[in-house]
Design a protein around this ligand. Structure first.
Ligand code: DQA
Length: 156
């Protein structure tokens, strides 16, 4: 019998997340992006999913990654970082990708400066996870896989 294909999830991280660990650790935690990816990869192995990671400090590159994801992935986990609050282009690219997405934030933007309360993608994602540090990414993987199983009829 043919084994069901593994769900493919793209993780997209925006600007300044490449310096996690040394960037305002009181707000963003001590985990580096590599630490987070290691935990997500471990969880993906347990859950039978395939994960791909992309990080960029450039808006246009993030737009490109989302455009390329169309038809190649089953779901997206995205932390647009500072672009969360400003980028119409990332919102438009996410809509173009046409994939269910979860928005993740290490900190809880709702409890910070007023300008962080706005998100250009909050109404085009399936849901949001915020304030749980790097662990939020592991929860986001689990959450998007559960969503895909329930909404998209993935096996298992
Ligand atoms: C962030 C929150 C944003 O407001 C901020 O600009 C970031 C990180 C978070 O993960 O908590 O760069 O997205």
């Amino acid at each position: 019998m043919k084994r069901p294909a593994r769900p493919r999830v793209l993780f997209v991280d925006g600007p300044n997340l490449n310096v996690l660990g040394s960037r305002e650790p009181k707000i963003y935690g001590k985990m580096t992006l590599a630490d987070i990816r290691r935990e997500v990869t471990r969880a993906a192995r347990r859950e039978g999913a395939a994960v791909v990671f992309f990080q960029s400090n450039h808006e246009g590159e993030i737009v490109g990654a989302l455009q390329d994801a169309r038809g190649k992935f089953d779901g997206v986990v995205i932390n647009p970082a500072g672009y969360t609050h400003t980028s119409v282009a990332i919102r438009d690219a996410l809509i173009y990708a046409g994939l269910p997405a979860l928005e993740v934030h290490l900190s809880n933007p709702a409890g910070r400066e007023p300008f962080r309360r706005e998100s250009t993608i909050e109404d085009v994602v399936v849901g949001r996870i915020a304030g749980l540090g790097g662990y939020g990414y592991v929860l986001a993987l689990s959450g998007i896989l559960n969503h895909l199983r329930e909404a998209g009829g993935l096996a298992g």
